[in-house]
Design a protein around this ligand. Structure first.
Ligand SMILES: [Zn+2]
Length: 117
């Protein structure tokens, strides 16, 4: 059981590395389903990504030193399982693959086979 668990963890970690900051993604599940946004930050340990203007929560803040009270809008991170990449080449919702060429690992779009940055 322990072995299976760690294998699962490694696979999830591998999925994480497919995404990069700046990638345009589509949310495929949850309350923001169908929304697009750019990855602003990646959290490998939590298998989560922060997508600009997605999963916004409103937070009331009480007065603290140097800050006034009010309502703040904060983006919360989303599980990578709920997002898929939008290929900058073909514009389709796709999955990321890898292509090793001349010892260099490139990310490729599984739909159009275009090399992604
Ligand atoms: Zn593509």
């Amino acid at each position: 059981m322990v072995l299976r668990k760690s294998h699962h963890w490694q696979r999830r970690l591998f999925e994480m590395f497919k995404f990069k900051v700046g990638d345009e993604v589509l949310v495929s599940a949850g309350k923001d389903k169908g929304k697009k946004g750019k990855i602003g930050k990646i959290f490998p340990k939590e298998s989560k990504v922060l997508i600009e203007s997605i999963n916004i929560i409103k937070k009331h803040k009480k007065v603290s030193k140097g800050q006034s009270s009010g309502i703040y809008e904060i983006s919360r991170s989303v599980s990578v399982a709920k997002v898929s990449l939008i290929c900058p080449k073909c514009g389709k919702q796709t999955r990321i693959g890898f292509l090793i060429e001349a010892g260099k690992k490139n990310r490729i779009c599984k739909k159009c086979k275009g090399i992604l940055k």
